[in-house]
Structures are given as C-alpha cells and as structure tokens.
Design a protein around this ligand. Structure first.
Ligand code: GLN
Length: 475
C-alpha cells in the first residue's frame, strides 16, 4: 500500500496496522537505500515506536488522525526536537534542535510516522542534490540520473517507496523540480499558507514547505494537515484550515487556463510536447486554454539570484561557531568564525553568501538588490494582471527531464533548471508539478500548474484532471 489516503483509511479503521505498513516501507529501505542515499538519517527505532503508538490508539477505539500510520520522510532542514538536523552541511553536523517545526508537530498530531531525515543540496541551494556535504542522492527511476533538488532526498524517498509522503522546502523550485524528475506530485503552497516556523531559513521571503506524493489526493490531504495559520510565523496567512480534498472531483469545465507564452519553448522538445498534451487534456475536459504573456517571467531567474543570495547572506550569518553546530578554533574570535565558516560551508553556499553580501553592500545595493526587488514587483504585477483573465496558468515544471550526474557543472546551467518555477516563487503564488507522461529515455515529465495566492483548491481541481489523463509514470 503506497497511497497516504489508503494507508490512513486502512490503519484508522483497523483493517491493517501502522507497524505492518512501516515494515513494507522498511523492506524497500533495506533493499535500496544503500544505493539511493535518500536519507541523512534513518529513524528506524523511533518510527516503529510511533507506528506502535498509532496502533495502540486505534486498538483503544481512539481517533489516530487523518494521516494515521502514513510513513513520512522529512527534509533535513526541518527542525526535529532532539534529532539531528543538518541542512546537509558540515557546519550543522551533530546539531539537535530544541524544538519541532510546526509542520513536524502537525504531522505527528495527524498520526504520521517519521521514517527519516532526507538529503538535500546544502542549505537547499541547488537543483540536483549533488551539493550535499554528505554525497549525492540517486534518482530511483534511473540511478545514473539526479533526483533533482534541492529536496532530492524527499523526492527519491517517495519514488523508491521508502515513505508514502515526503516533505521538502521550495524557495525557487526545490519541491516542484524534483517532483517532476521523480514522477511525483509536488506542491509549492502560496507564501504564508504553511508555517515556516522551524524551517531553517534560506531566503525567508520565498521559502515554503510542501509535500511530495504519489497522487493528487495525497497532496491535498498533506496540505490540509500542514497548512493554516500559525501564530509562531508572523508571515503565516490568517486562514484556519485549507479545504482542498472536497474540490478534487469538480473538474475544469468553464475554467480559463493561460499557457505562459514566454516560458513556452524554453524547454526541450520532449517536455514541450507533454505541456501541449496537458493543455489539450484540460481543453478536452472543458477548460478554455489561451496564451498569456508574462514578459517579466524570463527575468525572474536574474532577480532571484540577487534576492535569494542576499537573504541567505543575512540568514546564514548566525552560523558562526558560537551558537550552533561545529566550531573550528583560532587565535581570536574573528579567526574562529572565519575558520568555522570556511571549513563548515561548501563551495556553493560560500559563493551565494559572497554574491548576496556584494548585492547588499553600500554602493551596490541600489544597482543590484534594489533593482532585483523592482523586477520582483514587476513579476508580481504581471501575474496579477494575467490572473484577471485566467483562473490558472500552465508551463513546463523544468526545461528537461532528470539529467545525468555531472551534466550541469556550469552553475548557470544548473540555475537555469529553475527558469519555470522561480517566477511564481517571486510572486508568492501557489504552484505545483503534476506528472504528465514521459519524455527522453522514458523519464517522467512534470507540468506546472500555477494559481493566484490561496488558489490551491482550483489548482488541485485541474491537477486531478491532468492526473486522470496523464498516462502512466513508472513509479
Ligand atoms: N535551485 C534553486 C537554488 O539553487 C532553488 C532552490 C530552492 O528552491 N531551495 O537556489
């Protein structure tokens, strides 16, 4: 059993046990994890304790929650009380947070069972999970290829059957792109729809936590469990609970969907063919598909690589050898901090910190950071204008299917993987990737649905239609 909805129903009704569901998932972990390396930490004993507790609640006639017994994988930048949380960085190796992220707390309350902490590009900076200090994660569909990133470990864990649902963070595409590469559904919620409390910050104005799932119904369930207002996150939107599942069957009759002109054609031919096919599928189901123009979308990448590093340079200043994780001593405090940060951060993280510090520095601020913020406002305005005439927008999730290890050694080539996902991150809107058949080498292709802020329910309605029409993905 792999669907979270099916597992929760079966465990909650007592027709199977959380322990036996977990045993099935651990059989997959035992068979393949040494090759895939989805996890930084496998939490076998804790997982079986959590599963046994769920079974005890059910046996006592209690309500074990909407995710009763669902095996869940957590990206290793989500704080878990007393459990190592590394961000796949040497600087945080061995650090155990004193509290749980709100998402972690909500999942536990919902009856989920945590199987482990998953690998990522260091501090979520990357698109392939090759930038982890602890080695790369392989794509379970083809182990010569990357799973995408930065949440590659969570995507691989779900695709390999190690967990039913994975959670990641998406700053510029880090859930949607790996979901596309691994044949999964991946959601980047509206900024503020899900609490960021306990997510180790990369770029605070962009970061959002979201799920990786096998299907759309599981993604809806996951969003309902983790979403909604949290007083501990001042940017969280004042909505009690997201209601998505009840909208899934409504179809797309009468809906207007805009194919983003500027992003159409930035992808490889095999991917573009699937985007066209997805537009046709929505049309066949009663939607009206039109072309929309969002010219600033193409500048999103440029704006993002100033805004995100600027925020990262500030957020990562706290890792100074004094308060968290590793310390490398020196003759004085300045030397100690320099040694710690030089030794603890990998090359990509150091490059981003320097880029961000430069973009924020006196004399360059207006020319770089200020200009990028203006571009961000332009993207936001153009998205708002587009949504005056369409309900949703559509594009490829990534320009290609999953690529082979080492194929994007040039950082610009790697950054370009996010050209389609970054614009909605800058706008703060909702977006998701839905598998829609296969492309080159039989690898899955993801198409991206984009919705205005808090438009998740409508977005999921269209996702359910694409899922029904998309053809088999071999996961
Ligand atoms: N790949 C992008 C980056 O490297 C996005 C990462 C993310 O969404 N966390 O910054």
């Amino acid at each position: 059993m792999r669907s979270a909805v099916d597992i929760a129903t079966a465990v909650g009704s007592g027709s199977t046990t959380a322990v036996s569901v977990l045993e099935q998932h651990f059989a997959e972990i035992d068979a393949r994890e040494s090759d895939i390396h989805a996890f930084n930490l496998v939490m076998r004993d804790r997982a079986f304790e959590m599963a046994a507790a769920v079974d005890a609640t059910v046996a006592a006639g209690g309500d074990a929650g909407p995710m009763a017994g669902v095996p869940v994988a957590l990206k290793d930048n989500l704080c878990t009380e007393g459990i190592d949380t590394t961000c796949s960085s040497r600087i945080l190796e061995g650090w155990k947070p004193p509290y749980d992220a709100t998402v972690v707390e909500r999942l536990r309350d919902a009856g989920a069972v945590f199987v482990g902490k998953t690998n990522l590009d260091e501090f979520a900076m990357g698109s392939s999970t090759e930038n982890s200090a602890f080695g790369p994660t392989k794509n379970p569909l083809d182990t010569m290829r990357v799973p995408g990133g930065s949440s590659g470990g969570s995507a691989a864990a779900v695709a390999a059957g190690f967990a039913s649902v994975g959670f990641g963070s998406d700053t510029g595409g880090s859930i949607r792109q790996p979901a596309a590469y691994c044949g999964l559904v991946g959601v980047k919620p509206t900024y503020g729809a899900v609490s960021r409390y306990g997510l180790i910050a990369f770029a605070s104005s962009l970061d959002q936590i979201g799920p990786f799932t096998h299907d759309v119904a599981d993604a809806a369930l996951s969003m309902e469990v983790i979403g909604g207002h949290d007083p501990k996150d001042s940017t969280s939107i004042d909505v009690d609970r997201l209601d998505i599942s009840s909208c899934l069957g409504r179809g797309v009759e009468g809906m207007r969907v805009g194919l983003i002109k500027e992003l159409h054609g930035v992808a490889d031919a095999d991917v573009t063919a699937r985007v066209v096919a997805s537009a046709e599928a929505l049309e066949a189901a009663g939607a009206e598909v039109v072309e929309v123009s969002v010219p600033a979308a193409l500048y999103g990448l440029t704006a993002y690589y100033l805004v995100a590093p600027a925020e990262a340079s500030s957020n990562l200043a706290r890792f100074d050898g004094v308060r968290y994780g590793n310390r490398v001593d020196g003759p004085d405090v300045t030397a100690m901090m320099r040694n710690t940060r030089t030794d603890g951060f990998g090359a990509e993280v150091q490059a981003r910190i320097m880029l961000g510090t430069f973009a924020l520095s006196a004399g360059y601020y207006d020319a770089f950071y200020g200009k990028a913020q203006k571009l961000r406002t332009l993207v936001r305005q153009e998205f708002d204008t587009a949504y005056e005439s369409v309900d949703l927008m559509l594009s490829a999730t990534a320009p290609s299917v999953a690529f082979e290890f080492g194929a994007k050694a040039d950082p610009m080539a790697m950054y370009r993987c996010d050209i389609c996902t970054i614009p909605s991150s800058l706008a703060g809107d909702a977006a998701m990737s839905v598998p829609f058949g296969t492309g080159e080498a039989g690898m899955p292709v993801g198409v991206q649905l984009l919705a205005p802020a808090m438009g998740e329910a409508t977005m999921f309605q269209a996702a359910a239609v694409l899922e029904a029409e998309g053809g088999e993905v071999r996961v």
